[in-house]
Design a protein around this ligand. Structure first.
Ligand SMILES: Cc1cc2nc3c(=O)[nH]c(=O)nc-3n(C[C@H](O)[C@H](O)[C@H](O)COP(=O)(O)O)c2cc1C
Length: 158
């Protein structure tokens, strides 16, 4: 069975809540899914997944240093080498404090890293580059994250 991996960094739990909701959506759509903190995620976990969904809080208008360090480490999985991430499905999400706080930059940075690996990106169902929450996700945002997960699963299956 295809497997999705949701990897998040979250200092105060907001991005983690989004990660769990996206994971629920993926599971509801019938895919195997694992939701992991970036601290517990290995490069082998990335290689084993058919879809990788990355989430980070927005720090100074971009990804947090923890997520960036993980992304930098992922370059050990070199494109065109065994275990490459090419053609895997990718998607991104972030939590930030303010509507103009740079969430889009965070999403695009996460997406850029996945494009570097040759991954295929699934955007948000409403046409945005990924899922965004202002601080803790409210009920509507949780529902949107679940739908985002379901949408990602459609592309993994086909
Ligand atoms: C070091 C630091 C930098 C931050 N920079 C921004 C920022 O540039 N824009 C923004 O909207 N929020 C910023 N925030 C707020 C966080 O993105 C926001 O609180 C988010 O919900 C935290 O997610 P988490 O609970 O998953 O850690 C910053 C927070 C910290 C601790």
């Amino acid at each position: 069975m295809s497997k999705a991996l949701v990897v998040y960094h979250s200092a105060t739990g907001h991005t983690k809540k989004m990660a769990i909701a996206i994971g629920e959506g993926i599971k509801n759509a019938g895919l195997d899914v694992e939701v992991k903190s970036v601290d517990n995620t290995s490069l082998d976990d990335l290689i084993a997944a058919d879809a990788i969904i990355l989430g980070s809080p927005t720090y100074f208008g971009t990804v947090s240093n923890k997520m960036k360090a993980f992304i930098d480490k992922s370059t050990k999985i070199w494109p065109n080498q065994p275990g490459e991430l090419k053609d895997k499905i990718g998607a991104a999400f972030t939590s930030c404090a303010d509507v103009a706080g740079g969430s889009q930059m965070t999403l695009l940075s996460l997406i850029q890293a996945m494009l570097w690996h040759g991954m295929v990106i699934v955007g948000h169902q409403l046409g945005f580059s990924g899922a965004v929450s202002i601080e803790a996700p409210d009920k509507d945002c949780i529902a949107e994250c679940r739908q985002f997960g379901e949408r990602i699963a459609i592309f993994v299956k086909h």
